[in-house]
Design a binder for this molecule. Structure first.
Ligand code: PLP
Length: 375
């Protein structure tokens, strides 16, 4: 049985005709940059997100960088980030000569918390970057209230959580990435809405900010040959937009397939001593970019090897806290203990998770896990 972490070929086969037609059309029309597919996808994604402005760009890392450039942060300004995330979140902060201030995450849902943010706020703090890790939203209501009270920007990194919905205490529901000042996402092929190359987008509800983001992403340009800001060149290709415009129609179906696979894993793995299946947050749906378990008693690496010996891929996201990466030694700061992050780095293990997983594959995977625990 061939099992992959992510089955992009199987997903493509189901929509092959639609995709092939759209991609060939884009090629024949030869509007490779800013073709009509880019406008169409941007409009449809905006509608999906409840009307937020959407500015497409070249990848999720650029989205974060452009967001911070558009907020006009100054060298030395501090930006609070979780220490348990992908490097890109903090990398752009360093690139712009801002200071990443890293804080611990909640050990149950793996996301940044209001309490950890609060202790890291100082006179130079300007922004917070909550990362909606593995597919569920950080608990945003208290974080947004804190940010408002302290006059801080909130930039959501929603590269892993497109389609997740957060519920506020008054019953209002919002899409991941549309709650803060700016949301940043990625269309990297293995993300929940992935294209066939690189892609990303920036969201905001603020029309003034949207204009500025658009300019920053396009050489700081107001109109042709008039440049107001130092910007970058970051675009979503027409061909990638053509793919995304089709896949967006299936996004809710894709999320449902991931959720069904996660529920099935939960059932098959219930009651195993020494293994904790992923907990669902109270206020957020979970779109399962990853299905991440905690393996206790120092057995994580041995289980990973046991799975790999049976031909089952399993991944450690993430093995090292950000602050321990050499790149951040000189520029990063840590506030509080990173006890939970360290524990997570030593015990997380992500199982194959995608839209094409079969029950048969999942039984094979979980039987292999049970054999490791001698069950
Ligand atoms: C994938 C990812 C990014 C970066 O996206 P790219 O498109 O690869 O640049 C940023 N943050 C998080 C949390 C991610 O998972």
């Amino acid at each position: 049985m061939k099992i992959e972490m992510v089955d992009l070929k199987g997903q493509y086969r189901k929509i092959q005709e639609e995709i092939d037609t759209a991609v060939l059309k884009a090629i024949h029309e030869a509007n490779f940059i800013n073709g009509p597919e880019v406008a169409s996808f941007t409009k449809n994604l905006s509608a999906y997100l409840g009307g937020a402005h959407v500015i497409p760009c070249a990848n999720g890392t650029d989205a974060l960088q452009i967001a911070m450039m558009a907020l006009d942060l100054k060298p030395g300004d501090e930006v609070i980030v979780p220490s348990f995330t992908y490097v890109a979140t903090a990398e752009v902060i360093g690139l712009l000569q801002l200071k990443p201030v890293m804080v611990d995450v909640d050990p149950v849902h793996f996301n940044i918390t209001k309490a950890n943010i609060e202790q890291a706020i100082g006179p130079k703090t300007k922004a917070i970057v909550p990362v909606h890790l593995f597919g569920q939203c950080a608990d945003m209501e208290p974080i947004l209230a804190l940010a408002k009270e302290r006059g801080l920007y909130v930039i959501e990194d929603t590269a892993q959580a497109i389609g997740a919905v957060y519920k506020f205490s008054d019953g209002t529901q919002k899409q991941a990435g549309t709650m803060g000042h700016i949301g940043c996402t990625s269309f990297f092929p293995s993300k929940n809405l992935g294209c066939y190359g690189d892609g990303g987008a920036i969201y905001t509800h603020d029309s003034v900010l949207a204009e500025r983001i658009k300019m920053v992403a396009n050489h700081g340009q107001v109109k042709k040959y008039v440049h107001r800001y130092i910007g970058v060149n970051s675009r979503l290709d027409t061909i990638q937009a053509a793919v995304l415009d089709i896949k967006l129609k299936y996004l809710d179906q894709y999320s449902a397939a991931r959720q069904a696979a996660a529920d099935w894993y939960d059932q098959l793995l219930s009651g195993i001593e020494g293994l904790q299946t992923p907990e669902r947050a109270m206020n957020s749906t979970h779109v399962f970019h990853q299905y991440t378990m905690l393996i206790k008693n120092g057995k994580r690496n041995a289980l990973k090897q046991h799975l790999e010996a049976a031909g089952i891929p399993a991944m450690v996201y993430y093995p090292v806290p950000l602050n321990e990466q050499e790149a951040f030694h000189a520029i990063g700061a840590v506030v509080g203990s990173l006890k939970e992050t360290e524990l997570l780095c030593a015990s997380v293990l992500s199982l194959p998770m995608h839209t094409e997983l079969t029950e048969e594959q999942q039984i094979f995977i979980t039987d292999t896990i049970k054999s490791f625990f001698k069950l």
